[in-house]
Design a protein around this ligand. Structure first.
Ligand code: PMV
Length: 311
């Protein structure tokens, strides 16, 4: 039996604009994770067990576009293995689905790693990331690739679509509250809406994306210089731009306001938006208080995490 796991992720700055070539910052979140376990079977069939979905099915019977079937098939092909092997591949995850925490990419990365381990093969983080990217494409049409990248490499990154990533230096750790609106929001929908709006008002949207790139640059500089307090105002600025794009919702803004009122330095939605999760920059002294305020404002779950460079 072989097991592999992968963390969730949070986009700190630059979601949506990243689809249009601007840089974005993302970090892995180890408080939640996806796990895949591969066990041998006596027959020559591959069985998939998706615990959270309470589903058990044969690879041969999987629906077209089934993300688990796709990552299994592409990984087996990369490992030069056929499908006529006896395996049970069980997948579990504590990452909420469609919440902007990278659940899909984390599951893909965990499955690809567990299969490679099972066959005593080595796949590099870059290869694992590429395999997971293939699955991201079925979740929405134009994924930037940031989720698979940050999760496969498991470190804080500055990411640019089509260019690659650099490690993001975080000179001084800081704390975030991650609060779930409880509203599942498929990224495909907001990404599609932004694309339609961009086609209609290209100059305006390009201006928003440039403004986001500028926020990302200043946030990167603040982290590299060890001045995380500056990130609060930058989160507020990024949130305003996301509102201008039309991807923020009342469910996001209620939690963002609650965090700010309880003393957070700043807050924004994270990921696709229109629900999903928000992040707030919290002070060491008031983080529990802010978490309670988010609870009272209706957050489905609040995670406090310390963000730092090393794993
Ligand atoms: O997977 P999510 O919900 O964190 O969203 C990804 C971020 C987007 O920029 C909205 C889309 C993308 O492909 O980068």
């Amino acid at each position: 039996m072989t097991t592999a796991s992968a963390p969730g992720k949070i986009i700190l700055f630059g979601e949506h604009a990243v689809v249009y070539g601007r840089p974005a910052l993302a970090v892995p979140i180890h408080a939640v994770q996806a796990t895949a376990t591969v066990t041998e079977r006596a027959d020559a069939r591959i069985l998939i067990e998706a615990r959270e979905l309470a589903r058990r099915y044969a690879l041969a019977d999987a629906r077209a576009n089934d993300p688990l079937a796709l990552i299994i098939r592409t990984t087996l092909a990369r490992l030069n293995r056929g499908e006529r092997v006896g395996l049970t591949i069980a997948v579990g995850s504590t990452i909420p689905i469609a919440g902007g925490l990278g659940s899909g990419a984390a599951i893909s990365v965990a499955v690809a790693r567990a299969l490679a381990n099972h066959f005593n093969a080595t796949l590099s983080d870059a290869e694992i990331s590429e395999l997971a990217y293939g699955v991201e494409k079925i979740h929405h049409d134009t994924p930037s690739g940031i989720d698979n990248m940050v999760i496969a490499h498991d470190c804080a990154i500055v990411f640019r679509k089509g260019v690659g990533w650099d490690a993001l230096k975080i000179a001084k750790p800081f704390w975030l509250a991650i609060a779930d609106t409880g509203v599942a929001s498929p990224t495909k929908i907001t990404v599609g809406e932004v694309r339609r709006a961009w086609k209609q008002e290209r100059a305006l949207y390009e201006k928003y994306f440039d403004a986001m790139a500028n926020v990302v640059e200043r946030a990167r500089e603040a982290m590299e210089r060890g001045e995380p307090e500056r990130l609060g105002a930058l989160m507020d600025e990024n949130q305003k731009l996301l509102e201008a794009l039309g991807v923020s919702a009342e469910s996001n803004e209620r939690l963002i306001e609650a965090a700010r009122r309880a003393g957070a330095w700043g807050a924004k939605l994270s990921g696709g938006g229109r629900g999903g999760n928000i992040i707030a920059l919290v002070k060491d002294s008031t983080r529990e208080e802010i978490a309670r305020a988010l609870d009272s404002a209706g957050a489905k779950r609040v995670i406090l995490v310390e963000v730092k460079s090393e794993k």
